[in-house]
Design a protein around this ligand. Structure first.
Ligand SMILES: Cc1cc2nc3c(=O)[nH]c(=O)nc-3n(C[C@H](O)[C@H](O)[C@H](O)COP(=O)(O)OP(=O)(O)OC[C@H]3O[C@@H](n4cnc5c(N)ncnc54)[C@H](O)[C@@H]3O)c2cc1C
Length: 403
């Protein structure tokens, strides 16, 4: 018997919410998507889309458009200030066919959003959901005191700084990271073609360059993403020191004069901060959290968008397999547990080796990580971790049937 058509609300039109709305609408459910912004547009840094995320976009029929806008990255390569290799991960050590896709975050947003706009989805922009109430057989959403309707199920996908997550009766912690990053998108002169290149001085300085493909529908201008690690409480100092002082620091680490020539004012650099979000599970009756709202991490492993896409695919499968919504959402939590815990733990564990003031952490990284990257079994697991398909430290694969 085909599953019943349900009336489902999705809160948030980012990667997780848009992908989830698309999967659920295609499964025949009546979907209302609430997005607080009145004119959602393409903004953001470069992201590295992993094979796991690409599989989900393939299932949505959007991969070709994404590939046409992205730049293939086959390798992560990082050196310290003495030129010693401290990171060298190649996708082909896991699978010769696979690669990461450097992508403008705004492009991912736009491709998903355009698909949402032409799908059978009721889109309510400029509508922030500020609270919800559990009835016996439904969940009612509100904007302040105005009811936005009652739904059989609710998907919360409102990002790291979710205002709704805390109202759920799920044990949870939100820990802001002290470190963030300045980022800029600038014209790509082919400096790091095919390689996500990083330079480190201890763990306090990190520069990253990644070919990022094209901004949405601007295929005449290839772009590159620049990242510069910075502790949040040093942002004011960075501004006071001025752009030239920062360029001098960068050039002392990496010879990228031609890249820096594109940065003429500090306003071209945007500061992004992160938080670590941990929830014991992700369902509460008829409500479920997905994407950054459910499990934001630091971006060390480049998995945020991928995890959000996999969440959306698995959630749709759970709702297809089970008519009773609370049971389907409990099964979602159980099915996502191993994959999400692996990437949350690995990201959290790795972060101090790349973003901290600890000389012990950077010394260990510089001494050990390069040789580990060359060891046959380790390099397979590192490349597979990067691909977004691992569900355990030694064993465990994201099942193909998830997509
Ligand atoms: C600098 C940086 C680099 C990154 N690099 C990578 C990378 O290399 N690879 C990778 O996979 N990921 C990366 N990420 C993470 C990735 O961008 C996110 O994990 C992903 O976009 C999460 O999507 P989301 O839909 O959960 O949240 P978001 O994209 O934050 O979307 C949340 C949406 O909800 C809306 N909203 C919020 N509150 C409400 C409300 N109350 N009512 C209605 N709407 C609401 C917001 O307006 C927004 O549109 C990076 C992130 C940053 C900041």
């Amino acid at each position: 018997m085909p599953p019943r058509t349900r009336n489902i609300a999705v809160i948030g039109g980012g990667t997780a919410g848009a992908a989830s709305a698309l999967f659920l609408a295609r499964a025949g459910h009546r979907i209302t998507l609430f997005e607080r912004v009145d004119n959602p547009t393409a903004v953001g840094a470069g992201i590295l889309l992993q094979p796991a995320g690409m599989r989900v976009l393939q299932a949505l029929g959007l991969l070709d458009e994404i590939l046409a806008h992205g730049a293939r990255n086959d390798r992560l390569f990082g050196t310290n200030a003495h030129g010693r290799t401290v990171l060298d991960v190649r996708y082909h050590d896991w699978d010769a066919q696979q690669f990461g896709l450097g992508l403008h975050r705004g492009t991912l947003f736009s491709v998903l959003w355009q698909a949402v706009l032409v799908a059978a989805i009721e889109v309510r922009i400029a509508t922030a959901v500020t609270r919800f109430f559990h009835h016996a057989d439904s969940v009612e959403l509100f904007n302040d005191d105005t009811s936005l309707g009652e739904f059989d199920g609710v998907v919360i996908a409102d990002g790291t700084r979710s205002s709704l997550r805390a109202s759920l009766s799920i044990p949870q912690t939100v820990t802001p990271y002290p470190w963030g990053a300045l980022w800029a998108i600038i014209p790509d002169d082919g400096v790091t073609s095919g390689v996500l290149r990083q330079w480190f001085r201890h763990a306090g300085q990190m520069l990253g360059l990644m070919s990022t493909g094209y901004a949405y529908q601007q295929k005449n201008l290839p772009v590159i993403s620049l990242f510069w690690s910075l502790r949040a409480d040093r942002l004011a100092h960075w501004r006071n020191e001025g752009l030239q002082a920062w360029k001098d620091d960068v050039l002392a680490l990496a010879p990228i004069e031609s890249v820096l020539a594109h940065i003429r004012s500090p306003e071209q650099l945007t500061f992004a901060s992160y938080a670590d979000v941990r929830m014991r599970h992700w369902h509460d009756g008829r409500v479920v959290c997905i994407g950054d709202c459910a499990h934001a991490t630091s971006p060390q492993l480049g998995q945020g968008a991928n995890l959000a896409l996999v969440d959306a695919a698995v959630l749709a499968q759970c709702l297809a397999a089970q008519d009773d919504i609370p049971t389907a959402l409990a099964s979602y939590s159980q099915k996502r547990h191993a994959h999400l815990r692996y990437y949350q733990t690995a990201s959290k564990w790795l972060t101090p080796f790349f973003q901290s003031d600890s000389r012990v952490a950077s010394g260990l990284r510089d001494a050990l990580l390069g040789p580990i990257c060359r060891a046959p079994i380790a390099k397979y697991h590192m490349a597979k971790t990067l691909s977004g398909t691992k569900t355990g430290w030694l064993f465990g694969d994201l099942p193909d049937e998830n997509f």
